[in-house]
Design a protein around this ligand. Structure first.
Ligand code: HEC
Length: 149
């Protein structure tokens, strides 16, 4: 194998390795906290509109909903096995001992946030508010069980 071919093969192999094998636990923890912070930022903007703290703006709602829908499928990588410690974290160790249940809650987040983005495209205020609530329930279901505080 030529050295350049070998390098390519190694790069391809690294690409298929689980996140924890490529990154230190500390980096994985920071990645998930960043994803959550960005989801929270955008979800907060939606909440402000839903509660009437800021003016209702269907177009802005769709912008924030789209961002959340694109972030949600990235969350699971941030909970790669082995990232239970290594930096300050509010993630409970139960995540990795109940990983199937945790993954189910993560899948629900992906599903609800995709539905939020879809419904926002339709522009129906009542439907958008209802799906915002359902999405919030998906956040809560996981935080109640797997996030400290
Ligand atoms: C599948 C589980 C799960 C779901 C669903 C989930 N979260 Fe989280 N979230 C966590 C865990 C666990 C942490 C703690 C992460 C850490 O400290 O390492 C967290 C942390 C956070 C944080 C704090 C980030 C920081 O480090 O400052 C915010 C904000 C947040 N989540 C918002 C949300 C919102 C909004 C939703 C729903 C749209 C959501 N989360 C859905 C598990 C989840």
């Amino acid at each position: 194998m030529k050295p350049s071919t070998l390098a390519l093969a190694l790069a391809a192999a690294a690409f298929t390795l689980p996140a924890a094998a490529q990154h230190k636990p500390e980096q994985v923890i920071h990645y998930r906290q960043s994803a959550m912070t960005m989801i929270g930022w955008n979800f907060g903007a939606l909440g402000a509109m839903v509660k009437g703290k800021t003016a209702w703006d269907a177009k802005q709602f769709a912008v924030h909903a789209d961002r959340i829908a694109s972030l949600a499928p990235q969350v699971l990588e941030g909970f790669a096995p082995g990232s239970d410690k290594g930096a300050k974290t509010e993630a409970k160790p139960g995540i990795w001992t109940n990983y199937d249940d945790f993954k189910a809650k993560d899948s629900d987040l992906v599903k609800q946030t995709q539905a939020l983005s879809d419904v926002a495209r339709g522009g129906d205020e009542t439907a958008m508010k209802a799906q915002f609530k359902k999405t919030g329930e998906a956040c809560k279901a996981c935080h109640d069980k797997y996030k400290q505080e």
